[in-house]
Design a protein around this ligand. Sequence first.
Ligand code: AMP
Ligand code: MN
Ligand code: MN
Length: 328
Amino acid sequence: MNQENLYLQLKSEIEKAQSIIIFSHVNPDGDTIGSNLALKLIIERQFGKKADSVFIGKLPGVYSYLPAFEQFIDAKNINPEKVYDLAISVDVAAQDRMVYGCPIYDKAKFKVNIDHHQTNIGYGDLNIIEPTACVGVILHKIFKEWNCNIDIEVARCIYTSLLTDTGGFRYENTTPEAFMIASELVEAGVSPSHEFRVCYETKPQNMVQFQAYIVFNTIFYNNGKIAVTKITRSDMSRFNATEDFSEGIVEVLRTCKNVEIAVILKETLEGYTKVSLRSKTVDIIPIVLEFGGGGHKFAAGCTIKKPLAIAYEKLLQRIQSELKCEII
Ligand code: AMP
Ligand code: MN
Ligand code: MN
C-alpha cells in the first residue's frame, strides 16, 4: 500500500473511533512530545473527538510552553482495564519503549504506529514508518492529505518536533521537505527565534553545571576517536539532577574534531545502564542491536541490564571492534 493510502486508512480509523489514546516513548523528548500534541490538537479540532495524550517516565518541563502540554497524562494514571478503540504511538521505535504503557496499547481494538526509526519492526495493525523523515514531517504530510487547517498552535507543536529532531536544522534529516514545512509553519505564525529561546535557553542553572561536570569527566580512547562519559546516581544527587538533565551531553562530545563515536552511559534507578550513542559517519545500529536497542544510523541507544562498570567495558570493546581500533 502506498503512503497516501495509509494516511487515509488512519483517517477512517479516527472517524470510527469513540476513544483515542496517543503514546510517546519513555522519557519523552521534543520530537515525540511535539508530534503527540500536534496529533491530539488535530483530532480534537478537525475531527471533534477527544484524544488522551500519554507519557511514560518523566515529562521534561522545558516543553511546557507547548499548547495542551498541561493535558499530558502519565500512562500510570490510566485505568489498566480501559480498552481504547484506537491507540496511536508516535516516535516509538519498539513496543517496549512504552514500558508500563504497553498493556494499554496492546489492549486497544486498533493499533497505529507512526515512526521514523529504521529499526522499527512494524508492531501496529497500521504502520506508517518513514525512516529518513522527522516524525513532524510525516505528521504534516498526513494533515495535508486530510486537508486539515494547520493553526498556529498545531504549527508550534510540529515546529518543536522538527527543531529538536533535526538538532536545530543541522542533522541528515534536515531535508528540503523539512525546510519547506518549516517555512509553511513560519508562514502560519511560528517565530523561529522565540521557539529556539523557549526550547534551548531555559535550562535550570544546576542543569548547566551538571552537564559541564559530566562533559569534563569524559575519557577519550584510541587517539580521541571514541569519547565516553558516564552519569552515576551519586552524580545525579550531587547536582539534584532529574532524568532529563542528561539530554544533549552526548552531542557535545561529538563536537570534538577527532571523535567518531560519542557515548554516554547512565546508571538507572534499577542499577542498569542506559546508553546513548552518537556517531559522525559510522553506522551504529549494529552495535545497539546487539544490546537489544535501536534508533537511527548516527543516533541510537539501548539499555544494558548490567551495572555501569560492566556495561562500560562491554560496550567500549564492541565500539573498538566496530572501528577496527586497538582494544584498550
Ligand atoms: P537517545 O540516545 O536516548 O536520545 O536515543 C537516540 C535514538 O535511539 C532515539 O531516536 C531513540 O528513540 C532511539 N533509542 C534509544 N534507546 C532505544 C532502545 N532501547 N530501543 C530502541 N530505540 C532506542
Ligand atoms: Mn524521540
Ligand atoms: Mn525520534
